[in-house]
Ligand binder design. Structure first.
Ligand SMILES: Cc1cc2nc3c(=O)[nH]c(=O)nc-3n(C[C@H](O)[C@H](O)[C@H](O)COP(=O)(O)OP(=O)(O)OC[C@H]3O[C@@H](n4cnc5c(N)ncnc54)[C@H](O)[C@@H]3O)c2cc1C
Length: 221
């Protein structure tokens, strides 16, 4: 796997040591989250839309209704800047100035390509597999009408940066701070709740593997 590129546009001005070029960590961050924020300029105004995504080694995939003017604009080849954030914890220092959040965050620069035919179907499968692993095999295939009503876009992952803040409280023993004020870190996790069964489901219906898998994915372990 090639490292993430190291260009001026992708290099943070501050805390450069938090920038990571490790493609594997980048892919793991993409794998552990499902929401991207897509920013672009629309009619001269900045616009940021949250959306679910899927990904492979080379592309991020997003989808939206063909009836959505926002998605149509997003998909017309204009420059996009996409951000994905994992909020991993709070760092409680003995001053608010030194306090921080732990995170892994990604910024991607690129433009969307609209996908058609087999590429479009593959993109939907990639997105579904990322958002709800195993679900495609359990439900009926999408109808031609549903496929026609949905747009699939892909954005290259070639120009992307990753920044990771995973350290704890930084302090020295003799800096004059009151050490009886608690300091430390509070980790955060996105955890699945209990499944809530839909009304028309017959009572004998078992919870499918895909939901169990999702529970494991978003569990406290
Ligand atoms: C949950 C969260 C909370 C944050 N809170 C604050 C805060 O309160 N105050 C604050 O100053 N900063 C905060 N940051 C960090 C913020 O995102 C920027 O990294 C930071 O402001 C430094 O910007 P810069 O001027 O060095 O980057 P710039 O020089 O403006 O960025 C240059 C390039 O570096 C890369 N880059 C910069 N930041 C990131 C990033 N976070 N992730 C991936 N690539 C990046 C991009 O490719 C960008 O084009 C937070 C980040 C996260 C994820």
């Amino acid at each position: 796997m090639t490292d993430l590129p190291n260009t001026p546009r992708l290099t943070p001005t501050r805390y450069r040591e938090l920038a990571s070029h490790d493609r594997e960590k980048f892919q793991r961050t993409l794998a552990s989250h499902v929401v991207a924020h897509v920013g672009f300029v629309r009619d001269g105004e900045p616009m940021v839309l949250p959306t679910g995504y899927g990904f492979d080694d080379d592309y991020l995939y997003i989808h939206g209704s063909t009836g959505s003017a926002f998605y149509r604009d997003m998909g017309d080849g204009r420059p996009l800047c996409i951000s994905i954030t994992s909020l991993d914890g709070f760092v409680y220092a003995r001053s608010t100035y030194d306090s921080a959040v732990q995170y892994r965050s990604i910024v991607i620069f690129g433009a969307a390509e609209k996908l058609e035919g087999d590429d479009k179907v593959r993109a939907f499968d990639i997105m579904a597999e990322h958002l709800m692993p195993g679900r495609v095999a359990e439900v009926r295939p999408s109808t031609p009408k549903e496929l026609a009503a949905t747009m699939a876009l892909r954005v290259s992952l070639a120009e992307a940066s990753l920044k990771i803040l995973d350290g704890g409280v930084e302090e020295t023993p003799d800096d004059g701070e009151d050490h009886s004020v608690w300091a430390g870190t509070l980790p955060l996790r996105l955890i699945a709740g209990n499944p809530d069964t839909a009304l028309l489901t017959p009572p004998w219906t078992l919870l499918p593997d895909s939901v169990r898998l999702q529970q494991q994915r978003f569990s406290n372990r």
